[in-house]
Write a protein that binds this ligand. Structure first.
Ligand SMILES: Nc1nc2c(ncn2[C@@H]2O[C@H](COP(=O)(O)OP(=O)(O)OP(=O)(O)O)[C@@H](O)[C@H]2O)c(=O)[nH]1
Ligand SMILES: [Mg+2]
Length: 202
């Protein structure tokens, strides 16, 4: 099954995006498979509401393992199936907690094996704090790695917040040559374009 990996710095909205995008595709009960960096594996089922409450957080580094949902897109008379994989947030430098470091390494390994990469960045932060404080070395590294691949897009998230429009323009300038889709995970905005992109590559 094709794997679509959602990557990005901590707190940019990866988990909320995965939950909301699954809901947008009509899923009401989300069955998540959690893959621990150490190798453990378990599943849990949540409603959309529960998933938002339990899995997404205002605090960075909430996600500490790969967590994936299986989704379907209509294709002619049939469907295309794929796995949407949420990852632990990346950061520049070295985190003090070994668990976070292991989780980050697992995220990067997932990107390496992905068929499709959705790279989230925080457009609002890029507008209010400047692109260099919103986007880190690690984002440039992901974009550079992805340059040699086809199924890669940057999602400029949090477009509902102040400064996001200016942030989007800065992100487009900074990552010229890459496709950038503005989205709001919170309000499920821009999802039609994301769906079209995913459909093309799975
Ligand atoms: N206003 C607004 N808030 C958002 C949006 N997307 C995410 N958030 C908020 O940003 C915070 C972080 O969201 P998460 O989805 O947990 O972020 P994450 O990237 O998974 O974070 P880690 O798991 O720590 O890497 C939460 O408080 C979300 O409600 C958005 O589009 N608009
Ligand atoms: Mg998360």
């Amino acid at each position: 099954m094709k794997r679509c990996v959602v990557i990005g710095k901590a707190n940019v909205g990866k988990t909320l995006f995965v939950i909301q995008f699954a809901a947008y595709l009509g899923v009401r009960q989300l069955e998540f498979t959690f893959e621990e960096p150490g190798g453990g594996r378990r599943t849990a089922v949540y409603t959309v509401e529960e998933a938002r409450r339990v899995l997404s957080s205002e605090e960075p580094h909430q996600t500490r393992c790969l967590q994936s949902v299986r989704l379907e897109l209509p294709a002619g008379k049939g469907v295309k199936r794929f796995e949407l994989v949420d990852t632990s947030g990346l950061m520049d430098g070295i985190h003090g907690d070994a668990k976070v470091r292991k989780a980050m390494a697992q995220s990067l390994a997932a990107v390496r094996d992905a068929h499709l990469i959705l790279h989230l960045v925080d457009a609002s932060r890029a507008g209010t704090h400047g692109v260099l404080r919103a986007v880190g070395d690690v984002d440039y590294q992901v974009a550079q790695f992805a340059q040699i691949r086809d199924g890669y897009v940057i999602l400029a998230n949090k477009m509902d917040l102040p400064g996001a429009q200016e942030g989007l323009e800065r992100i487009r300038r900074e990552f010229s040559g890459h496709a950038v889709i503005p989205v709001s995970a919170l309000h499920s905005q821009g999802f039609k374009e994301v769906k079209r992109f995913v459909w093309r590559w799975i």
